[in-house]
Design a protein. Structure first.
Length: 223
């Protein structure tokens, strides 16, 4: 059963390296209450004016976590990646404190397996995912690429030549290419949801969904 966590629940972020600081900063920007901790006083000082609550603490020590009230959080992000041992120990501490939802950064497949075994709810592979995303973007036509666990992807791209100047029924996007055009953006206008009658022009951007393989084939069409 999936834990029911309030969408605006405070978040504990452990580790203020690039990944952790970006996560904490964005959560703060989204008005989520964040407590960011690191054992490096320089990093805590650096981010203190950008994240509402920053504290210097050693998360490898479960008593230190208790002292800052970690057990009161329902969501935690373990952003420590440079030391696998520290990452695993911190995750285990959070499990012992019974934090329901733990997101943990992994630097390798074996690291991720260990994190999952000690109790991380979600394992994140930021470098691998960034590398896979770039591999799809270097073709040139795709501008953004998001892939989900079941090989389903959502992509922002330029429309291939065969579908330009036709509405989406006439171009047979779904029947011929097995992808769905979700939205269209014309120059100077916001994205709008696509319908069967939407006509895609040379200057438009489109959002499409489908399997990664089908989208790659669609993106490689001439033009």
């Amino acid at each position: 059963m999936v834990d029911r966590i309030k969408h605006d629940a405070p978040v504990l972020v452990i580790g203020l390296g690039r990944f952790g600081a970006a996560c904490a900063g964005e959560l703060d920007r989204l008005d989520r209450e964040v407590l960011a901790i690191d054992d490096n006083s320089d990093l805590v000082q650096k981010w203190s004016d950008r994240v509402t609550h920053t504290v210097q603490a050693d998360a490898k020590n479960i008593e230190a976590l208790r002292q800052i009230g970690a057990q009161d959080f329902s969501v935690a992000v373990v952003a420590v990646g440079s030391s696998i041992e520290a990452s695993v120990l911190i995750t285990a501490n959070l499990v012992d404190l019974k934090i329901p939802q733990i997101w943990a950064k992994a630097v390798s497949q074996s690291h991720g397996k260990i994190l999952a075994r000690v109790g991380a709810s979600h394992v994140i592979y930021p470098e691998r995912e960034a590398g896979e995303r770039v591999a799809h973007l270097v073709s040139g036509r795709m501008l953004d690429f998001i892939q989900f666990d079941d090989d389903f992807a959502l992509v922002k791209m330029y429309p291939p030549k065969p579908i330009r100047g036709l509405n989406l029924t006439e171009s047979g996007v779904r029947t011929k290419y097995r992808i769905t055009v979700v939205g269209v953006k014309s120059p100077g206008k916001p994205f709008t949801y696509a319908t069967a009658d939407t006509v895609v022009s040379n200057h438009d951007l489109i959002i499409v969904s489908g399997t990664s393989a089908d989208i790659e084939r669609f993106a490689s069409l001439e033009g």
